[in-house]
Design a protein around this ligand. Sequence first.
Ligand code: BGC
Length: 279
Amino acid sequence: MTVTEGAPRGVIPTQLLKGQKALVTGANSGIGKATAIGLGRAGADVVVNYVAGREEAEEVVREISGFGVRAAAYEADVSREDQVVAMTERMVQEFGTIDILVANAGLQRDAPFTEMTAAQWQKVLDVNLTGQFLCAREATKEFLRRGVVPEVSRAAGKIICMSSVHQVIPWAGHVNYASSKGGVQMMMQTLAQELAPHRIRVNAVAPGAIRTPINRSAWDTPEAEKDLLRLIPYGRVGDPEDIAHAVVGLASDLMDYVVGATLYVDGGMTLFPGFATGG
Ligand code: BGC
């Protein structure tokens, strides 16, 4: 069977996050971009964080503004403490508060193990793990300061960590990336446990193979895509909107009782597809 259709479009309820203020890191491309747009479509005001690529970030802001909500592009390197502090302070000043943090910014620096430099290891840990820690910490300070505002949301704040199927699937040639996402899993669960009594919900979305620039070589030729599909029981490569929909749902009060969960959005990649015929 050939299945070619992608993520369903236009299914987001437009008032779901009305009045909420969302910060999405790494929101000028890929999953972050689709997520920022999805949150805007759902009625949230959105800060579009980026570290390089101002034009793309401004483009995302224009698209979100088209939904009649507020949006702005903020430059900050999530791995730098001073920049994260400045970004969250600026958001509180200009938008009033933060209700939703999507800690999304992430990157890959792939290399076989013995060729991986300490700089490649460190860069990926700095952005993918320390970056999420810093953004979560600063957002949490604002959630605690403000507390629950029942007209806005049942929770004082929502943090959604962008993880990966590689928080549980080992990945040869990507030890830095897989280690960072394994770290994200335990960070998310620990924060969820620590912050739940304050009515702060911390959860993660773990994407599988999504059509974005980070993994272009895995899907941009027919041969590569065919190889990739062997790992995906559902028979299609994911679209960024598939992830955006999961984030919007988790951020909303529809999922108010979901705390410390990882939602795998992977077309079944974590189901050990090799065992469909082997074992
Ligand atoms: C990685 C992609 C990869 C996917 C599935 C993601 O977390 O960033 O490069 O295609 O996992 O392996």
